[in-house]
Design a protein around this ligand. Structure first.
Ligand SMILES: N[C@@H](CCC(=O)N[C@@H](CS)C(=O)NCC(=O)O)C(=O)O
Length: 199
């Protein structure tokens, strides 16, 4: 399988972390591309123009990150990142969706914040930051019950937090959400997170 990723995408990072956690990193032909290359090449592969996108040996194309991560886990003969059945499966996928949604709100808030003066909407920034803080509040309360070692939900949350911190969208979040921050500090020590840290 070939997988197109960019260095700072939290969604691409999910796939990179998942392959390290499952021991499948070397099974992937990684295509690390720039934002400019993404704009040129990716719309011909993924009509949405987004990374991550994977091309299987069969030629089939997979996106987006939840689908690619589920595919990676289907190849995984060891500890599953997504339980195959039962209530645990839905809890893991829902936590993954919360992590992905946090990432979306972080990206939207930070892109709007960077728009030039008259084009920038404070209303949009506030609305997106409101989603970020709601998610952080829920995650802070849940952090004590997070799976160690992480499953796909925790991986998605940590990748979103990494991007949030990289863009400094919520200055001082580690003080406000101390339970989540303690968990995050610990997960960052895993090889999978060290190896995939944003540039
Ligand atoms: N839901 C998608 C989101 C992917 C996404 O938003 N990727 C961003 C990079 S973080 C991207 O490629 N953006 C380019 C664009 O929107 O044109 C996933 O989980 O893979």
């Amino acid at each position: 399988m070939k997988c197109y990723v960019t260095g700072n995408s939290p969604y691409a990072r999910k796939v990179r972390v998942a392959t390290i956690e499952t021991g499948l990193w070397d099974e992937v032909e990684w295509q690390m591309i720039t934002r400019e290359q993404r704009a040129e090449m990716i719309p011909g592969i993924n009509p949405l123009g987004k990374v991550p996108v994977a091309i299987l040996d069969s030629g089939d194309v997979l996106y987006d990150s939840p689908v690619i991560c589920a595919y990676v886990d289907s190849l995984n003969a060891g500890r599953k990142l997504i339980p195959e059945a039962g209530p645990a499966r839905w809890l893991v996928l829902t936590l993954e969706a919360l992590g992905d949604g946090l990432g979306e709100a972080v990206i939207a808030a930070s892109q709007e914040d960077q728009r030039p003066g008259e084009k920038r909407s404070q209303g949009v920034v506030d609305r997106q930051k409101g989603k970020v803080t709601s998610a952080l509040t829920v995650l802070d309360a849940a952090a004590a019950d997070f799976n160690v070692p992480p499953l796909m939900g925790e991986i998605a949350v940590a990748c979103a937090l990494g991007y949030m911190e990289f863009r400094d969208v919520v200055p001082g979040w580690r003080e406000t959400y101390a339970n989540l921050a303690d968990w995050y500090t610990a997960i960052l020590k895993r090889r999978s997170f060290i190896q995939t840290a944003p540039d």
